[in-house]
Ligand binder design. Sequence first.
Ligand code: PLP
Length: 341
Amino acid sequence: MIDLRSDTVTKPTLAMRQAMFDAEVGDDVYGEDPTVNRLEARAAEIVDKEAALFVPSGTMGNTIGIKLLTEHGQEVIADSRVHIVDWELAMTAWFSGVQVRTVETTDGILKWEQIRGLIKPVSFNAAPTGAIAIENTHNLGGGRVYPQAVIDEICDGAHERGVPVHMDGARVFNAAAASGNTVKRIAEKVDTITFCLSKGLGAPMGSIIAGSRKHMDRARLLRKRLGGGMRQAGVLAAAGLIALEQGPAELPRDHENARFIATELAQMEGVTPFPVETNIVVFDVSATGRAPRDIAASLRERGVVISAFSDRLMRAVTHRDVTREQCATAMGELRDILRRN
Ligand SMILES: *Cc1c(COP(=O)(O)O)cnc(C)c1O
């Protein structure tokens, strides 16, 4: 199978498996797992925040992030296709008791201009704004990278109004690789950030949430509340540490493969890829007259898996476990399927 559904399908490397085997462990609920502590310290250093917390998933990281920054009955401003709205089971409502004020964008990139008029103070009618959430890279926007000036403007504007900013940086290392900015710079002004160890970086599971010491102390309680208090989690953190140290350097190759896929797609009749900046290629197949679901089913019969996620759009994601050659094979199969009308 050539699996281009998501970078979540990456399998742990030999070095990770060896590190997991060798990991020194303790009870992390008591704060005594040395490997988890090392991972959290290293993650905090990389994003340059006071503290970081190892969580089982990005969804839990975002859930904790929103809870930390808001109170029940408030509103979170986000673009309309963010992961926290589309793919996290309405945890904003379920756990934090907030509603999301969504804003339409063309590419998932929210601008301060669109946000400023929506920020509301406490009043007798409207829900006050608790936080702003931005997703970098933006998944459904086609892996788009927030321009640094846009992040800075949002954070400066929001902070001036007393509103904190959460970054869902599930793929922030991809954003760094594509923009040339460090993750530290990208995260500089946001209050909390989550990122995934388990996607392009290749760890078998786990994410990080980072922010102030005070926020992370509370995040530890919230993680427990969500069922995320893990005991000898050092076996997982050991793989996470390798993902952090070795994963980022490999992302440019994934980005090149994604550009290759987009170039191939652009040459197929009726197929229009979104602009590609990182490892995600969203493409519109409506002009082929074929349904994404049918195309995906035909591809699967030929050993290629690509997601169909609307009646127009498909998504291919490159990652460390697919080679350029496999990308070429996948595109060959797609071309062939589209020819056989
Ligand atoms: C994958 C992803 C997450 C977190 O997903 P989990 O499967 O819960 O780890 C969060 N945000 C975005 C944008 C993602 O792509």
